[in-house]
Ligand binder design. Structure first.
Ligand SMILES: Cc1ncc(COP(=O)(O)O)c(C=O)c1O
Length: 389
């Protein structure tokens, strides 16, 4: 066969590899980010009802109007920005499709796209498929005095050239658990006003923000909203990662282009799920209560890790936390994660996997990522094993 791979560097993702390893060795899987519990019974009943009531054929290409309307109301209530349900909101096959469609819609061959490292694994292959060139800006890694990752916005600004088409950001951030503060929005406003680039903002963990803080969505500032594609995922919000329903909000000119790609990539998204989500979303309580639900789990895991030789780092949001294992081992992260899974029965993800060069020493800080979207008994069972490491 005569073909050349368009993504020669892409193999099976680390999440799949580590999950398979965890299954093979009957390890407790705190690696891949998905809940090990069911969504609310009421939401499941809504899906069954939607099917019974005949919502089983192709829905509207951009998403069913009542769902787009609920998303519009939520964005206005939470962040103060009005997105027109007809023109500015597109329901997608998970956040993944929203991200991919946005990148394919705007990035042309030779365009640069700035990505902040560590990063979620979809961004770089999507940019490369579009023929674009990723420009990576590394966060400052944690230090003894500042046990948290940090973005240097001046470095981000310096990476933007006339060839830059887009800046991708993701807060609350996977894997580091850091959030945006108001001062970060100020820095982003400056970048946008100086450069006019499009911001692609992956906000899938928007409803999981801890310690009484608020999520700093780009939709909170008019100048940012006018230049941004804000992406979210019902999978993270309603414990339905397997449904693959998400959405993106962007001004009409941007949404029009995104929909052109969406139309031919998937055309539309599962009809009964959309109907169910539209009804379920009318009550804000489930997403407003999500932060405290996960904060208890973060605290349970943090407290438990304090009794082990792992050093948990603060997590401000998401359902992940990082832990330092330098007291236990000097192995590179991938090897340590493998050893932890195989020999100690707990699956985790090496943070280096979120770097462009996972094997280099600059990407290895002896950190692994734990997912705490798990039942308390799962977390406790994992902690018992971790105490023996
Ligand atoms: C940062 C980030 N973006 C996007 C996604 C994908 O979301 P979805 O499952 O809705 O496609 C994930 C899932 O893990 C994620 O962590």
């Amino acid at each position: 066969m005569r073909f050349e791979s368009k993504l020669p560097k892409v193999g099976t993702t680390i999440f799949t590899v580590m999950s398979q390893l965890a299954t093979e060795h009957k390890a407790i899987n705190l690696g891949q980010g998905f809940p090990d519990f069911n969504p609310a019974a009421e939401l499941l009943e809504q899906v069954a009802r939607a099917m019974d009531e005949g919502h089983n054929q192709y829905p509207h290409m951009a998403g069913i109007p009542i769902l787009r309307n609920e998303i519009s109301l939520k964005m206005k209530a939470m962040y103060g920005h009005y997105y027109d349900a007809d023109t500015d909101i597109t329901v997608t096959s998970g956040a993944s499709e929203a991200l991919m469609a946005s990148i394919l819609a705007f990035v042309k061959s030779g365009d640069e796209v700035v990505v902040i490292e560590p990063f979620y694994d979809l961004y770089i292959p999507a940019i490369e498929l579009a023929g674009g060139l990723p420009v990576i800006v590394s966060m400052q890694a944690p230090t003894q005095d500042r046990p948290q990752y940090k973005v240097d916005w001046q470095k981000v600004r310096d990476a933007i050239s006339p060839r830059t088409r887009m800046l991708i950001i993701n807060f609350p951030h996977n894997p580091t658990g850091i959030n945006l503060q108001e001062s970060d929005l100020d820095a982003l406003e400056l970048i946008v006003s100086e450069t006019g680039i499009i911001l692609l903002s992956d906000e899938v963990y928007e409803h999981i923000v801890f310690d009484g803080k608020q999520h700093q969505s780009l939709a909170r500032r008019e100048t940012l909203a006018a230049n941004s594609i804000v992406v979210s995922s019902f999978g993270k919000t309603y414990h339905t990662t397997g449904w693959k329903v998400g959405y993106c909000c962007a001004p009409k000119e941007l949404s029009t282009e995104i929909r052109k790609v969406h139309q031919f990539m998937v055309f539309t998204v599962s009809s009964p799920m959309q109907v169910a989500l539209a009804h379920y979303m009318k009550d804000p309580a489930p997403y407003l209560d999500l932060s405290s639900f996960y904060e208890q789990k973060r605290d349970r895991l943090t407290r438990g890790l304090a009794n082990t030789r792992f050093k948990p780092m603060p997590s401000q949001g998401t359902f992940f936390l990082l832990a330092d294992y330098s007291e236990i081992s000097q192995l590179p992260e991938a090897e340590f994660a493998r050893q932890l899974t195989v020999q100690h029965g707990v699956g985790v993800i090496p943070v280096a996997a979120f770097y462009q060069s996972p094997d280099s020493s600059e990407s290895n800080h002896r950190l692994v990522r734990f997912c705490f979207a798990k039942q308390d008994q799962t977390l406790d069972a994992a902690l018992q094993k971790l105490a023996l490491v």
